[in-house]
Design a protein around this ligand. Structure first.
Ligand code: ATP
Length: 234
C-alpha cells in the first residue's frame, strides 16, 4: 500500500441510460478520517459500493488496502450500509458476534469482544436484550459495533448519522474517534457538512456523480456556496 487505504480512478456507473457516477477519482490516506459529502442522489452510495466491490464499475479502477480485488481484503474491512438492519429477535451481543462471524471471527471470540465493546460504549445493560427492545439509536450503535468487531483496518460507513438524535450522534462520533486513534482508516458519507467538520481531515464533495472538490475540510466549507450549505444542514 502506498499510503492510501483507498484509491479510485475514473469510476463510472450507469443504471440503464442514467449515469449515476461519472468519473470519480478518490485517494483516502491510510489512517485518516475521510468524508464523502454531497446531497441526496449525488452518487455517494453507488461510489462506496464500487469501492467495496459490492458492485462493479462500468469503467475505471480502484484499490482497497492496496488490493485491486476487494474480496481479497474483505476480512480487513468493515461496512455499515445505508440500509440498517439487524435480526430483531437476536440479542445485542449475538448480533455483533454474528456480524463478526461473517468476516471470519469465531463466534466465541465475537461474543467476548461484543460484551467489552457494549460495556465500553455505555450499553453494557443491553448485552442480552433482543434488538427489537432497543431504541433506534442503540440498535444503530450495535450495528456499528458489529461492523468493527473483527478489528478491520478500514471502515466504510454510509450515512452513519442519519436518523440519530444528538446523544447517539455523539456516541457514534466517539466510536469513530476511538477507531481513528487506533490507526483505523475511516471513510463515511454524509449530506451534513457539520459532521464532516467535526471529524474529518479531508473530504470529497460529490454532486451529479462527480467530485467537485477534494481537500481539507476548512477549504471545503469556504468553497461551499451558501445555498449548498443550507441544503447540507442537519
Ligand atoms: P442518497 O443519500 O439519497 O442515497 P447518494 O448520493 O448515496 O444519495 P446514490 O444512492 O448513489 O446517491 O444514487 C445516485 C443516483 O443513482 C440517484 O439518482 C439514484 O436514484 C440512482 N440509482 C442508484 N442506484 C440505482 C439502481 N440500482 N438503479 C437505478 N438507479 C439507481
Amino acid at each position: 500500500m502506498n499510503g492510501h487505504a483507498i484509491e479510485a480512478h475514473g469510476l463510472v456507473k450507469d443504471f440503464g441510460g442514467f449515469r449515476a457516477v461519472d468519473g470519480i477519482d478518490l485517494a483516502v490516506p491510510a489512517g485518516s478520517i475521510f468524508g464523502v459529502l454531497g446531497p441526496n442522489g449525488a452518487g455517494k452510495t453507488t461510489t462506496l459500493r464500487m469501492l467495496l466491490g459490492i458492485i462493479d464499475p462500468d469503467a475505471g479502477h480502484r484499490t482497497l488496502l492496496g488490493e485491486a480485488r476487494p474480496l481479497k481484503v474483505a476480512r480487513q474491512v468493515g461496512y455499515l450500509p445505508e440500509e440498517r438492519g439487524l435480526y430483531p429477535g437476536m440479542q445485542a451481543r449475538e448480533a455483533i458476534a454474528f456480524m463478526g462471524a461473517l468476516r471470519g471471527l469465531p463466534l466465541k471470540e465475537g461474543r467476548a469482544r461484543a460484551d467489552q465493546m457494549l460495556e465500553a460504549h455505555g450499553l453494557g445493560a443491553a448485552r442480552r436484550k433482543p434488538i427489537r427492545t432497543l431504541s433506534k439509536g442503540m440498535a444503530q450503535t450495535v450495528q456499528l459495533l458489529g461492523t468493527l468487531v473483527h478489528r478491520p483496518r478500514l471502515i466504510v460507513l454510509d450515512e452513519p448519522f442519519s436518523g440519530l438524535d444528538a446523544l447517539n450522534q455523539e456516541r457514534l462520533e466517539a466510536v469513530i474517534r476511538a477507531q481513528a486513534a487506533d490507526g483505523v482508516t475511516i471513510l463515511f458519507s454524509t449530506h451534513v457538512i457539520a459532521h464532516a467538520e467535526r471529524l474529518c481531515q479531508r473530504v470529497a464533495i460529490i454532486a451529479g456523480g462527480r467530485v467537485r472538490f477534494e481537500g481539507g475540510v476548512e477549504e471545503a466549507r469556504a468553497r461551499l456556496k451558501p445555498e449548498v450549505r443550507l441544503a447540507t444542514r442537519a
